[in-house]
Write a protein that binds this ligand. Structure first.
Ligand code: FES
Length: 183
């Protein structure tokens, strides 16, 4: 009697193993089928990536709003700061920061309201959340990285959490009052 119970138990285990293995294989096949064409399309040669610049039309971005686009296949944030956000960034003693930079040093002369940064956390590369976006628990009014809790202020400078550097400001220039060219 004990033996037959033992066998039934083993059978049950084998059946569960099979179901688990079948589920994993199925997921694997699905992922491969979907990912390969995407990678193919999104993988231009290194030369093309090195030259590519991104033009951003600023007309529709109101104060307090931001857009997410891409620059050289990475997320790029363009944020239109409000007067209050500019004041908050300016009142900070930049010299005491982990990565000391003023808002003026991170923006173009006379256009402090346009904050252009890569959307890549300088800790391990997650995409931070913007002010008012999703589960943003940021304590400094700017971006918040949900992966390990890095808090960036309204000038996207690191203020708390594991990230070592501010969100990177890429090279960019205004091509008119309402457009920028990044890269
Ligand atoms: Fe952003 Fe770790 S990747 S906090």
């Amino acid at each position: 009697h004990t033996d037959s119970q033992g066998l039934a138990g083993e059978d049950g285990v084998r059946r569960r193993d099979f179901i688990n293995i079948a589920a994993v294989s199925f997921a694997g096949v699905g992922a491969v089928a979907v990912v390969i064409p995407l990678v193919d399309q999104m993988n231009p040669s290194a030369d093309v990536l090195a030259l590519a610049s991104t033009e951003v039309d600023l007309t529709a971005i109101q104060p307090g709003q931001a857009i997410k686009t891409t620059f050289r296949a990475q997320p790029l944030f363009v944020r239109h700061l409000t007067e209050k956000e500019i004041a908050e960034a300016d009142k900070v003693d930049a010299g005491g920061l982990r990565d000391p930079q003023t808002l003026a040093e991170r923006t173009v002369d006379g256009k402090k309201q346009w904050l252009v940064t890569m959307g890549v956390c300088t800790h391990l590369g997650c995409v931070p959340l913007g002010a008012g976006e999703g589960e943003n628990k940021g304590e400094f009014g700017g971006y918040f990285c949900p992966c390990h809790g890095s808090h960036y202020d309204t000038a996207a400078r690191i203020r708390k959490g594991p990230a070592p550097k501010n969100l990177e400001v890429p090279k960019f220039a205004f091509t008119s009052d309402t457009a920028i060219l990044v890269g």
